[in-house]
Design a binder for this molecule. Structure first.
Ligand code: GLY
Ligand code: MN
Ligand code: MN
Length: 433
């Protein structure tokens, strides 16, 4: 991400906020795993979107019209001794020099400086509920100002969620963001192809997961979310992440794995036969999910609303379940009664961006939102036929999902993950040996 693009975002946000307001955006905190060991640090997406600043223990403030500069960053001070152990810190000087802050202060001084900035504003933009301990500090500052109101201290009238403005911005991806998302999609798609080639009966699910971990790491990425590798009946467990079973010939394996590149996610699911050949029964179900996915992708166009891809997928899946004889009722009734939800219990996608389930409203008022160029979403229908007494055993343990990442453009859907093999012919030919 270029610093120019980040500056543009701050300017746009400041313009939308207007004078007499302030936005406060905390960085993510380091989380303890146990004793001296932390979880790998991942910067908060809102914070990174506005700052590009990679460190924990920081707070960004945007104060439109502030004379000494609109963008203030509180961050860790330089500390030669700590830096020997934990590495370089930008410090306030580096925050101004390298990250474009107009003014920067050590994070320890925030209690002295931020309340006086709040005092001069009418409205505070802040997202409550995601930074628990910071919420309490902010409320503390505001309460203290309120106590001084009789002494003539001005207090802000409104505390407004920053999400409405910021997440609306994040929903529409800019050129640099799309370039990263294309790369993340391509890289993950290529990895799915490789994993198909390396898959063998007798391997454990975690061995297949390791193919993704290795390839992502080698490309400077990480998993955008814990990968799901479920063979046979495990493919019917939506959030299966144990990845601990041995994969057998004759089973399908469902792999949901996406790479995160420079804070941007891809999210791909492919389902393929462990032994390289689909059985007739697997083939029949797979073709239905594939057709449902294509119908949904066709609806990812300006002029359609958020729900239309889902409706298109449900229509095809239901027709398929009836044709197979898995559900015995007219299609309209299957849809109306939602009887299909036993086999398709999730929705067909979500926004995608810095977060794998990205921010942005799905409705405007009580209407599904219109799709517009620059939005990126996943399209991921599936069918999950768990073993049960009232289901013909030939369908048992077939779990299939097919997931791609799709950009809405004026010229139709752009599938960012199209390089991952998807048709039966292509999967079997990639896996042939
Ligand atoms: N990998 C999470 C999802 O597909 O939504
Ligand atoms: Mn997804
Ligand atoms: Mn997924």
């Amino acid at each position: 991400m270029t610093s120019k693009e980040i500056v543009r975002r701050r300017t746009q946000l400041a313009e939308m906020m207007g004078p007499g307001t302030i936005a406060i955006v905390p960085a993510a905190s380091e989380r303890l795993r146990n004793r001296d060991v932390h979880y790998p640090f991942r910067q908060d997406s809102d914070f990174f979107y506005l700052t590009g600043f990679p460190e924990p223990d920081a707070v960004a403030v945007i104060a439109p019209g502030r004379k000494q500069g609109e963008y203030v960053l509180f961050c860790r001070d330089r500390d030669p001794e700590k830096e020997v152990w934990d590495g370089y810190r930008a410090g306030p000087e580096g925050a101004c020099r390298d990250y474009g802050a107009d003014d920067a202060f050590p994070i320890e001084d925030i209690d002295d400086i931020l309340p006086s900035m709040l005092e001069r504003t009418e409205r505070v933009y802040y997202t409550m509920g995601t930074h628990g301990s910071f919420d309490q500090r902010l409320i503390g500052w505001l309460n203290r100002l309120r106590q001084q109101a009789r002494a003539g201290v001005h207090i802000p009238w409104e505390l407004v969620s920053l999400e409405h403005l910021l997440h609306e911005m994040r929903l529409f991806k800019g050129r640099a963001e799309l370039s990263l998302m294309r790369k993340a999609g391509k890289l993950a798609a290529r990895t799915h192809r490789q994993a198909m080639q390396r898959c063998r009966p007798g391997m454990f699910e975690y061995e297949l997961a390791a193919e993704y971990t290795y390839e992502f790491a080698k490309q400077g990425c990480e998993h955008a979310y814990p990968p799901i590798v479920g063979a046979g009946g495990n493919g019917c467990v939506l959030h299966y992440i144990e990845n601990s079973s041995q994969m057998k010939d004759g089973e399908l394996v469902l792999v949901d794995a996406g790479a995160e590149l420079n804070h941007y996610a891809s999210d791909i699911t492919r389902t393929f036969p462990v032994g390289g050949r689909f059985s007739d029964v697997q083939r029949a179900v797979y073709e239905i999910v594939l057709a449902a996915q294509q119908a949904a992708i066709d609806a990812v166009v300006p002029g359609c609303n958020w729900n239309q891809p889902h409706e298109a997928a449900v229509q095809v899946l239901c027709q398929g379940l009836v044709d197979l004889g898995v559900l015995k009722a007219p299609v309209e009734q299957v849809i109306e009664s939602q009887a299909y939800r036993r086999y398709y219990m999730h929705r067909t996608g979500h926004w995608l961006g810095m977060d794998v389930h990205d921010v942005g409203d799905y409705k405007v008022g009580d209407q599904w939102r219109a799709l517009e160029p620059g939005m990126v979403l996943t399209v991921e229908p599936g069918l999950y036929l768990r073993a049960s007494d009232d289901l013909d055993p030939k369908w048992h343990n077939i779990g299939i999902r097919i997931e791609d990442d799709v950009l809405v453009t004026r010229n139709g859907p752009e599938v960012l993950t199209r390089d991952a093999p998807k048709s039966i012919v292509e999967i079997e030919s990639v896996m042939a040996r």
